[in-house]
Ligand binder design. Structure first.
Ligand SMILES: [Zn+2]
Length: 285
């Protein structure tokens, strides 16, 4: 089995296999040639070598404005790696890939080690963009040394990156599995009930509530099976299995197009097994 445990899924740290040494923010860039994670708006820009998508390596690519600011984040395969944001006015040469990471992920065009590096980079970029100003008073902020936290120059408020826990649940009833479908998904695709933790909730409470809210089904024997970092923009997906306890399906039409029981041996199309939802359906259904 390609992913024996959820921790081995892309975007988590395990697929990096020690190839990435993460430095704390504020560590000085050693200034050598190295790797470049290039970002333009919502798109990630990758180089192409022998038909594979790879990070830019060497000096800064010549088509990039030399004034673009880079952020050193550590060492990738022994060389410095930096995030470089380029402005919307720069034209990306046609021969490169430029698309959002989630799209690249679902097209399965990148190896898992790069997905984990780029997922982490995406979370860093997202945080850098939204943390420059204080959320309390709007003042300018400075980095709190050794962390990603920011300290407000005006009011002293400190804020830190938020990671949002979500749960997803694979519910079985004898030889059937409970699946849901959202209108925006590709035609025919189904996946697992899921949702964000609310104030005052444990993961288990969130899991039970989400299944009942979305489908009307109450569950028992909830068991944790693993988690996956989901950097779009900063979720932590916690997966559970559970058994049907009681109830008839009542679809939450605000959120879902459909919810239904499917036979385990005739499941509908779903998302990549590189996502914890797809992995759970493959592993436990
Ligand atoms: Zn402030």
């Amino acid at each position: 089995m390609k992913y024996p445990e959820a921790s081995t899924l892309p975007f988590n740290t395990s697929p990096l296999n020690g190839e990435f040494i993460y430095t704390h923010p504020g560590v000085t860039d050693p200034g050598d040639r190295g790797f470049w994670i290039i970002v333009q708006g919502d798109s990630l820009v990758l180089d192409v070598a022998d038909g594979n998508y790879v990070l830019f390596e060497g000096k800064t690519p010549s088509w990039i404005d030399s004034r673009a600011e880079s952020l050193f984040i550590g060492f990738w395969q022994g060389k410095p790696v930096r995030i470089l944001e380029v402005g919307s006015g720069i034209t990306i040469p046609d021969r490169y890939l430029a698309e959002p990471l989630l799209q690249t992920f679902f097209h399965e065009r990148l190896p898992d080690n790069l997905l984990s590096l780029l997922g982490r980079s995406q979370q860093i970029i997202s945080w850098q963009r939204k943390s420059a100003l204080c959320p309390r008073c709007g003042g300018s902020t400075d980095m709190i040394h050794g962390t990603w936290g920011r300290n407000c120059r005006s009011c002293g408020y400190q804020h830190f990156p938020a990671i949002h826990p979500c749960t997803l649940v694979l519910v079985t009833r004898a030889a059937e599995v409970l699946l849901i479908r959202k209108a925006e998904w590709p035609p025919g695709y189904y996946s697992l009930p899921s949702g964000f933790c609310d104030f005052g909730e444990s993961l288990e409470e969130c899991a039970k509530r989400e299944v009942e809210e979305e489908t009307g089904i109450r569950i028992s024997n909830l068991r944790y099976v693993g988690s996956q970092c989901w950097p779009f923009p900063g979720q932590l997906m916690a997966g559970f299995t559970a058994e049907f306890a009681e109830g008839e399906i009542v679809v939450d039409r605000e959120e879902l197009e459909e919810a239904a029981w499917f036979p385990r041996n005739a499941l509908p199309p779903t998302f990549s097994q590189k996502s914890i939802a797809g992995w759970m359906m493959k592993t436990f259904a």
